[in-house]
Design a protein around this ligand. Structure first.
Ligand code: CUA
Length: 337
């Protein structure tokens, strides 16, 4: 009996030491990036209890093992066999019932946390998200504009209706905790209530191609006043963009073209658009062509038609745009000199 008391006390001490040791090593609470959403609260709470459970389990195995090795070791001169023990009903019932309750408790905590995370606010603002290799675009249907930055008002639930244009991506803002895949052919929901004003980033958390690591866009949590100002600015920009060039530029945001094509001459996944209209394009097979309307139209609809020297056309999916959309994009490209 005395052994059980000593081991019991040592297990409690060891559990506490393990928990604080993990925390000091940055593996418990400190590991979290700042918590910036209402949903993060129950997720962090669940995580913390799991670390406590893991620390206790570790102590429960480690302490009796080391205690037995030290206290019941064979002493000098001892040559006899150990005591023969057969079964211990009390112990067996204990180690069946306690884990059963632990598992039931965590099942309840997990279900509770999931319920909190999915809690629906009928007033939630709806924003459409489009994921594609290798950028995110955000459409505010209420206001009629698209943006490559996601702005959210603080303390208000938003529901992101997410669609993919090509492969599976995954929407992840670490500070919000919640992560959701974006799957081609269906719309997935992502509910979040930001609680902390600040600048964050959405990262794609699903390996989606060569430039997967570049697939991140700004996420800004604004005060209501700043959010209203930003919305008004975006609406004004959208209204000012009624020319073909302006429409073309909006399309390059909407379809995510600018994720791979720069407008300032820098080399991304695809050729830069700076000065591209009317320029001579050199191809990998040694031939060349002038980038006129026909060439650009073909390059959008059938990217595999030409392999521009230094670039792989297979990273670009074919885009089925209308003639008018393509004309607007060409009008925009002509302005990039
Ligand atoms: Cu999209 Cu990784």
């Amino acid at each position: 009996m005395q052994h059980f008391v000593i081991v019991g006390i040592l297990i409690v001490i060891m559990s506490i030491l393990t928990y604080f040791g993990l925390d000091a090593a940055g593996l418990a609470k400190q590991m979290h990036p700042v918590s910036a959403s209402a949903q993060a609260v129950s997720i962090d709470w669940l995580w913390d209890w799991q670390v406590i459970a893991m620390s206790s389990l570790f102590a429960l195995i480690f302490v009796p093992l080391v205690y037995s090795l030290v206290v019941f070791r064979r002493r000098k001169g001892e040559t006899g066999d150990g005591e023969h023990i057969e079964g211990n009903t009390t112990l067996e019932i204990t180690w069946t019932v306690l884990p059963l309750f632990a598992v039931l408790a965590f099942a309840y905590m997990g279900a509770y946390s999931l319920g909190e995370t999915n809690r629906v606010d009928p007033e939630a603002i709806e924003i459409k998200v489009r994921a594609q290799q290798f950028t995110w675009t955000f459409e505010y249907p209420e206001y009629g504009f698209v943006s490559t930055e996601l702005h959210l008002p603080v303390n208000q639930q938003v529901v992101l209706k997410m669609e993919s244009a090509d492969v599976i991506h995954s929407f992840w803002v670490p500070e919000f905790r919640v992560k959701q895949d974006v799957v081609p052919g269906r719309v997935t929901d992502y509910r979040i209530t930001p609680t902390l004003v600040g600048n964050y980033k959405v990262r794609c958390a699903e390996l989606c191609g060569m430039s997967h690591y570049k697939m991140e866009n700004p996420v800004v949590v604004d005060t209501q006043a700043d959010y209203d100002v930003w919305i008004a600015e975006q609406q004004a920009n959208a209204a000012a963009a009624q020319t073909p060039e302006g429409q073309g530029q909006l399309l390059t945001v909407k379809y995510g073209c600018i994720g791979c094509h720069s407008v300032d001459g820098s080399k991304l996944v695809g050729p830069s658009w700076l000065g591209i209209y009317g320029s001579t394009r050199e191809f990998a097979d040694g031939t060349s062509a002038v980038a006129d309307d026909a060439y650009i139209t073909q390059s959008i609809r059938e990217p595999l038609a030409h392999e521009v020297l230094g670039f792989s056309p297979s990273t670009m999916p074919p885009f089925t745009l209308t003639d008018e959309e393509i004309a607007n994009i060409i009008a925009y490209l002509k302005t990039l000199k």
